[in-house]
Design a binder for this molecule. Structure first.
Ligand SMILES: Nc1ncnc2c1ncn2[C@@H]1O[C@H](COP(=O)(O)OP(=O)(O)OP(=O)(O)O)[C@@H](O)[C@H]1O
Ligand SMILES: [Mg+2]
Length: 587
């Protein structure tokens, strides 16, 4: 196998000749600096390479060495709490070694190579083990127990298993078969290959997020896929961070994909300060950050979502619920476009490569709830949520369209809602969830038998409101008949007292599904009382000023443990007030 020679350099793409025996996707080291790159096109021994580092100063004639390995990553204890760049180099170590200016050609292991971890075996010498079986555990952080698994292609008898303190590169067990296989605390995986599962499972359980508009109207399933397209400043990042904090999942992978430089700095400074609401411990103890700012090379940005998802799959394989947020996939697609342009490929729509849709589909297909490879049919899930930033907020552009083709939940952020300070600015008329119907049994069992009907009714009222608003535009509010005014009152309560939710208020930031049910039920019941009262001749204005109406607005600011009481008080107040209104009209 020969070294190659650089013949051409165009930005992040380098062409080298003489790379005999090279394979597609081999990782190479380029030039005197030893920059990291990956072969993305091969014609004989002439290779086109995308370079993960800045190529300034590189010259034709410098040599290219093949590592003969595809882009791979080390998986093991120490991933959680880490902040990586697109090719899994820990940012803090990079910075320590080279200051703020990231020096090039550095190989920095993803995992601390010297730290000793306490390995507790769960199997003993002589036990027969099969692929994916958990042979022992390491308490990776106070929040997450790391499972050490038998590699997928290995089975046999444990000829040895140790206990005690080990580094990620040390061997803790040996499986004896016709061949001997050592198992260490870490393993390697090629990032562009999905980690296989035994069988995918149907999405029947929601990933609760504590965000009312999401959980109630547009739920994503555990293992599901969701897209958040939204124009500039409409709340993509806040929504993703709320999910990271509150979603009912064990592990979070957050891929910051080349958003504006300062926004990434914000993510890097806010995440380490976030608290896990349940344990009150740092959220980072169950989080991995992958950060690519827009000033990092585009090829690394292209790789970053694969790096992220591979780590997500790894924790899914341990049996955990994992949620991956990518912010924003548009920046990732732009990296793809730039590299494709340098390769002089035939451009597709808006200059994106023709394979944009396929790449997006391949990414989202890596999500899912599944029985992972394991003897005990262990279940894990990987939920994928991708933000999309369509230029000008126009969802007809290729990245939005190709994403919507594959994701099953659509949270449409709306600039006009954001400008009216309606947050989260998720448009309830255009958003959808294709999981909601299939999860009916779960809601029936875990929330209430009436949940589905209640949700449907609330959505219908909002739909009706938008129709009525058109009439109001034409004839004015006063000309509207009283029953319609009643509908508008209820719709307003749904919008203002239910859908609007502040990410920054200690109580309002998270709402349990039980509280969501109580809130929505209160609003709908009040609406029904109002309809009845209007039929009997009571003017809607009178109803709007009732004390019980005001109590509805208070529920969202009320702590979880006081909600049941408040709703009980509300119901009796409502009964009593409507009764006296009726007495008034009949006398
Ligand atoms: N749930 C929310 N509660 C309160 N305020 C919110 C909420 N969501 C968004 N906002 C407000 O909107 C602002 C912009 O949100 P965010 O930064 O998430 O938008 P973005 O879509 O990520 O923007 P960009 O296109 O610039 O990345 C926030 O700084 C915040 O003031
Ligand atoms: Mg953002």
């Amino acid at each position: 196998m020969a070294d190659g020679i650089i013949s051409r350099i165009t930005g992040p793409v380098v062409v080298a000749s003489g790379l005999e025996g090279a394979q597609m996707f081999d990782v190479v080291r380029i030039g005197d600096m030893g920059l990291v790159g990956e072969i993305i096109r091969l014609e004989g021994s002439k290779a086109t390479i995308q370079v993960y580092e800045d190529t300034t100063g590189l010259r034709p004639g410098e040599k290219v060495t093949n590592t003969k390995r595809p882009l791979s990553m080390q998986l093991g204890p120490g991933l959680l709490t880490s902040i990586y760049d697109g090719i899994q180099r820990p940012l803090d170590v990079l910075r320590e070694q080279s200051g703020d200016f990231i020096s090039r050609g550095k190989v920095i292991p993803a995992l601390d190579q010297t730290k000793k971890w306490d390995f507790v075996p769960l199997k003993k010498k002589g036990d027969t083990v099969s692929p994916g079986e958990i042979i022992g555990e390491v308490q990776e952080t106070p929040l997450i127990m790391h499972k050490i698994m038998v590699p997928h292609n290995v089975e046999g008898q444990l000829s040895e298993i140790s206990e005690g303190k080990f580094t990620v590169n040390e061997i803790v067990a040996t499986v004896q078969n016709s061949v001997k296989t050592d198992i260490g605390l870490s393993s390697w995986w090629t990032v562009r290959t999905p980690r296989p599962v035994l069988r995918k499972l149907p999405p029947e359980e929601p990933l609760l997020t504590g965000q009312r508009v999401l959980d109630t109207f547009f739920p994503v399933a555990k293992g599901g896929t969701a897209a958040i397209p939204g124009p500039f400043g409409s709340g993509k990042t806040v929504t993703q961070q709320q999910l990271a904090k509150w979603a009912d999942s064990n592990v979070i992978v957050y891929v910051g994909c080349g958003e504006r430089g300062n926004e990434m700095t914000e993510v890097l400074s806010t995440f380490p300060k976030l608290e896990d609401p349940k344990s009150k411990r740092p959220l980072m103890e169950r989080t991995i950050l992958v950060a690519n700012t827009s000033n990092m090379p585009v090829a690394a940005r292209e790789a970053s979502i694969y790096t992220g998802i591979t780590m997500g799959e790894y924790y899914r394989d341990m049996g955990y619920g994992v949620a991956l947020m990518a912010d924003s996939t548009s920046r990732w697609a732009e990296a793809l476009r730039e590299i494709s342009g340098r390769l002089e490929e035939m451009p597709g729509e808006e200059g994106y490569p023709a394979y944009l849709g396929r790449r997006l589909a391949e990414f989202y297909e890596r999500g899912g709830k599944a029985i992972v490879i394991s003897p005990e049919e262990r279940v894990g899930s990987l939920t994928l949520v991708g933000a999309v930033s369509p230029p000008g907020g126009d969802f007809s552009e290729p990245v939005s369209q190709n994403t919507l083709r594959v994701t099953r939940v659509f949270w449409a952020l709306d600039a006009s809602l954001a400008s009216r300070r309606h947050f989260p600015s998720i448009n309830w008329l255009t958003s959808y969830s294709l999981y909601a119907d299939g999860m009916g049994d779960w809601y029936k069992k875990n929330v209430a038998a009436e949940w589905i009907a209640l949700r449907k009714e609330a959505l219908e009222i909002l739909q009706r409101e938008s129709e009525l608003q058109e009439i109001v535009q034409l004839v004015g509010y006063d000309a509207l008949p009283e029953p319609e005014k009643g509908v508008l009152d209820t719709a307003r309560a749904i919008r203002e007292d239910y859908l609007q939710q502040s990410a920054y208020d200690d109580v309002d930031t998270y709402t349990s599904i039980r509280k969501q049910f109580l809130m929505l039920e209160a609003i709908i019941e009040f609406g029904k009382m109002e309809t009845e009262a209007i039929k009997k001749g009571i003017p809607s204005t009178k109803i709007g000023s009732l004390e019980s109406r005001k109590m509805i607005s208070k529920i969202k600011w009320t702590k979880e443990d006081q909600v049941e009481q408040l709703v009980k008080d509300f119901k009796s107040k409502m009964q009593q007030e409507f009764n006296s209104l009726l007495v008034e009209v009949t006398h």
